[in-house]
Design a protein around this ligand. Structure first.
Ligand code: ATP
Ligand code: MG
Length: 180
């Protein structure tokens, strides 16, 4: 599995549709402070199903929508599209290339798509949790997360280990079943 491209449109500082094409090997993103490097990583976490606005440095989820800048009006929706090469079937789907899309409108309405098909947030989250690269995994580590790991409570550290081991999905299913 590897990332092929990321399209960010109206997400945080990305007022214009911006496409990042990842070449094989290591990709580095460089730029001055406040230029949007962390926003790129947050776009990846968001499209993979992140549900905590706080962990995206916002109050409410709609805070991820471009909210205007000098000479630029706010937008009313954010769209992020991530395309992955799945020829090794790392993600549990028959597709050899997978594009996941997440849209959020200022009204609060959301859309989630897997290869152009409308799906539920749960389907999108499950696709990644099953593979062990879900939002709680170590596939994406944000600034500040490292100290969180070292200073965290043992119970929180256990959660992280469980996420890496891929038992997160089963715990989530168990919780849903118990609520019924
Ligand atoms: P550093 O090197 O300091 O870590 P960075 O390159 O990671 O910086 P980011 O934190 O990704 O920068 O980008 C911060 C910028 O994104 C700020 O200028 C902030 O105003 C802008 N920003 C965040 N959310 C929005 C939004 N909803 N609409 C418009 N701009 C936003
Ligand atoms: Mg940063």
């Amino acid at each position: 599995m590897r990332l092929i491209s990321l399209e960010v449109d109206g997400f945080k500082s990305f007022a214009e549709k911006t496409v990042i094409k990842f070449q094989p090997g290591v990709t580095g993103i460089i730029g001055p402070n406040g230029s949007g490097k962390s926003n790129v990583i947050e776009a990846i976490r968001w499209v993979m199903g992140e549900q905590s606005a706080k962990s995206l440095r916002g109050e409410k989820m709609v805070d991820v929508i471009f909210n205007g800048a000098k000479d630029r009006a706010p937008l009313n929706r954010a769209v992020v599209k991530l395309t992955l090469d799945n020829s090794d079937h790392f993600l549990n789907t028959p597709y050899t290339e997978v594009t996941v899309t997440r849209k959020l409108f200022r009204s609060g309405e959301s859309e989630y798509l897997i290869n152009g098909q409308n799906v539920r947030l749960k389907d999108l989250v499950n696709l990644f949790i099953e593979s062990g690269i879900g939002k709680e995994s170590f596939a994406v580590i944000s600034q500040g997360r490292v100290s969180e790991i070292f200073n965290g409570k043992p119970s929180d550290r256990r959660k992280m280990i469980e996420a890496i081991a891929g038992v997160g999905k089963y715990k989530a299913d168990k919780e849903t079943a118990q609520k019924r």
